[in-house]
Ligand binder design. Sequence first.
Ligand code: ADP
Ligand code: MG
Length: 711
Amino acid sequence: MTDPISLRELDAIGVDRLQGIGEQRRTSLEEAQIHSIFELLTHYPRRYIDRSHEAKLADVQPGQEAMVVGDIESVTSRRTRNRKPIVEASLSDETGTMDLVFFNQAWRAKQLSQGLTVALFGKVDRYRGRLQMTNPLVDLVGDRTGRIVAIYPQSNKAGLTTWDIGRWCTEALRRCQTRQIADPIPENFRDKMGLVDRMSAFEAIHQPSSMSEVVGARDRLVLDELLRVQLVLRMRKMRRLHHALGVKHSNQGDLPDQFIRGLPFDLTAAQQRTIAEVSADLESDQPMHRLLQGDVGAGKTLVAMYAMLMAVANGHQGALMAPTEVLAEQHYLNLFELAKHLEIPDESTLTGKRPLSIKLLTNGVAGTDRSQILKGMHDGSVDLAIGTHALIQDGVNFSSLSVVVVDEQHRFGVEQRSVLRERGRPDERFPHLLVMTATPIPRTAAMTVYGDLDVSTLNELPPGRSPIATRWVSDELVSVWEHVRSEVDQGRQAYVVCPLIEESDKLGASSAEKTRQELAEGELSELRVGILHGRLSASEKQQTMDSFREGDLDVLVATTVIEVGVDVANATTMVILSADRFGIAQLHQLRGRVGRGSHDSTCFLVTTEEVSSDADARLRALEESTDGFALAERDLELRGEGTIFEQRQSGRNDLKLASLARDRIWVERARALAAELVDGQGSIDQNMPLEDEVRWFVERRDDEAENLSRG
Ligand code: ADP
Ligand code: MG
C-alpha cells in the first residue's frame, strides 16, 4: 500500500511493533492507556525543556532561579531527628558541581540514580560554601539530544520513562516517513486557517526544533480533536433532521396564552424570545431538541409550562422529568399552583370544559393512586405528568405524549429518547424535547457537549430581584449569627448549609445533625431550627419543607439537598459552612436559594481553616459576581473541562490537547468548519477519508464507553 496512513490504521497497529517493546513494556503502556501507535502519538508531551535557556554550573549565581542540566553523581537518603525523610544528591556538568536536597520526598531516592541526566529548575543557594538547590523541579532528560526536549507525562507506577516514550514516538514517526500520515482536511481549508499538515504537526509536537513550531503543531492537533467532536455532533443532528419525525403542533387554541395572561407579572424579554423559539420548534414536524439554559430564578419553568400547554392545546400530553423526588414534587406543587385556574375544552362535560389535569408520578406514589394516574396517562385524561425517571419505566404508557421537558439532566441519552417514542406515542413520531439547566455552561463548552442541541438562553432575571450581597467570612463567625438573628427578628428566614465532611456520612445526616445541635444550643438558641438531609424519608423532608415555607421554622439547617428547586421568597440569609469544600457552580446554586423576594439578601461563605489557592480563587469569584455565566467561564478557567464532561460521559477522552477554556477560538473554528464540511460545499460524503475518520472515531468512543461501563 502506498496511500498515506490513516488514524484508523495507526490505531490498529499495536505498540509492540516498535523496537524494544516486549510483553512487559506492552503491559506498562497498557496501564497508561497506550495500546496502539495512534495512542502513543497522541500521548502528548506535558512540557518542553528549551536547552538554549540552560545555565552552566560555573555561571549560576546564588539567589537566582536557574535551569541546569547535569548528571547525578550520588544519592543518599536519611531521616531528620523528627523522622522526616531527606534525600540528598550531587549533580555535575562539565563546569562544576552542585548539591540537591529534597525534603519530604522519599521517592526521589528511587527516581534519581547515579549516572542519570536530569534537568533541574529552581532557586540556587550557597550552603557551607557549596551551590545547592532545595526541592527543585526535576525532569528526567535521558540521553536525548536536540535543543528542545519533550517531557512526557510519566507513570512512575508503570515504570515508563519520558525518554522511553520519546524514543518510541521518534521511531513511530520515522516509520511513517515513506507513506506519511494522511490528512483528511483539504489543503484549501488548511491554508485558510493557517494550519500545518497532520504529519508535520505530529513531528513538531514530539520533536520540535523551536518552541514556535510547537505552537503551530498544537493548533493543528487541537483543531483535529475539536473537529472530530463537531463533525459527530453535526452529522448526528443532520441525521435526526432527516430521519426522525416529530409531532406538528399548531398555535391554535388559547390555552398557552390564557396561562400567560393569568400570570401576575409580565414575561421578561428573554422569556418572550425563548417562548417564540420553542413554539416555532413545536410547529415544525421535526422533533425539537433544545437546551434551555438560564440562571437560577431566570424563569425557566414558565417556558417549560408554555411548551407543555401547547401540547395539551393540540390534544396531546406533556411530561416534565426531574432528577430527584424532592425536585419533582417541588415542580409539581409549583405547576399545580400556576395551572389551577386553567380549563381545557371537553365536549363530554355539560359546560364543554374541564380543569387541566396535572399529576405527580414518582416511585413514592403507590397503590390505587398510582394505578389511577397510570390509567389516566394511558387514556389521555391526565394532561401533564410531572415526575422522576419513574415516568419512563416499564408499565408507564402515554396516550399521546408530544412534549417532554427534562430538568437538570445531563445524562438524557438517545436510549431514553427511543423509550419516550415507544411508550409515549401511538405512532413512530418522536416527542419534542426541552432540556432545562440552571448550571450555565460557557458557550464553547455548550458547543462541545451539547453541540447537537439548539440552545435558548434566558440571560435576564425578572425585574425587582434584589442583588445578593456575598461575604466570605473566615473569622468573626459571631457576626454571621448576629445577622441571622437580626433578620429573623424582622420576620425573615435563613438557610445554613453543611457539607458532607466524612465519606461515611454520604447522606449528610450526622454533619447536619451536629450543626443543628450546636446552633440550637448556642448561637441560635432562641430560634426555631429545622433540619433537612438525605437520610430523612420523603414525607419527613416534605413536612420540614412545608413548615419552612409556612414560616413555622426560622432557620433550616440542610445539606446540599436544598441545592435546586427550593423556593421560599421570605428566606434572605444563606450561610454556607466550609464553603471551600464546594465548587463554584454549587455555591452559585446554593446562593440562588435566597434573593427570591423583595428583601435584601446576604450569602455568607464561611471557612474556618486555611484554604487552598484554588478555593481562594473560587470564593473570590463568588464574592465578585452573581452572574452565573461569568462564573461558569471562571470555573472553566480554574478547573478545566473535567467539570463539564461528567465522569462517565463519553467525550471526556476526546480532548487530550484541546482545552475548552484556552482554545475557545478553535472551538468556534472547528464548529464552523464542521458545518461547512457537512452541509456546505466540499461535502463530507465526497471526502471518504474524513468520513471514515469520523466513523472510526465513533466506533472507538463506543468501545471506550463499553469498557468503562464494564470496568
Ligand atoms: P428557574 O427555574 O429558572 O430557576 P423559576 O421558573 O422557578 O426559575 O422562576 C423563579 C421565580 O420567578 C418564580 O417564583 C416565578 O414565578 C418568578 N418569575 C418567573 N418569571 C417571572 C417574570 N417574568 N417576572 C416576575 N417573576 C417571574
Ligand atoms: Mg426552576
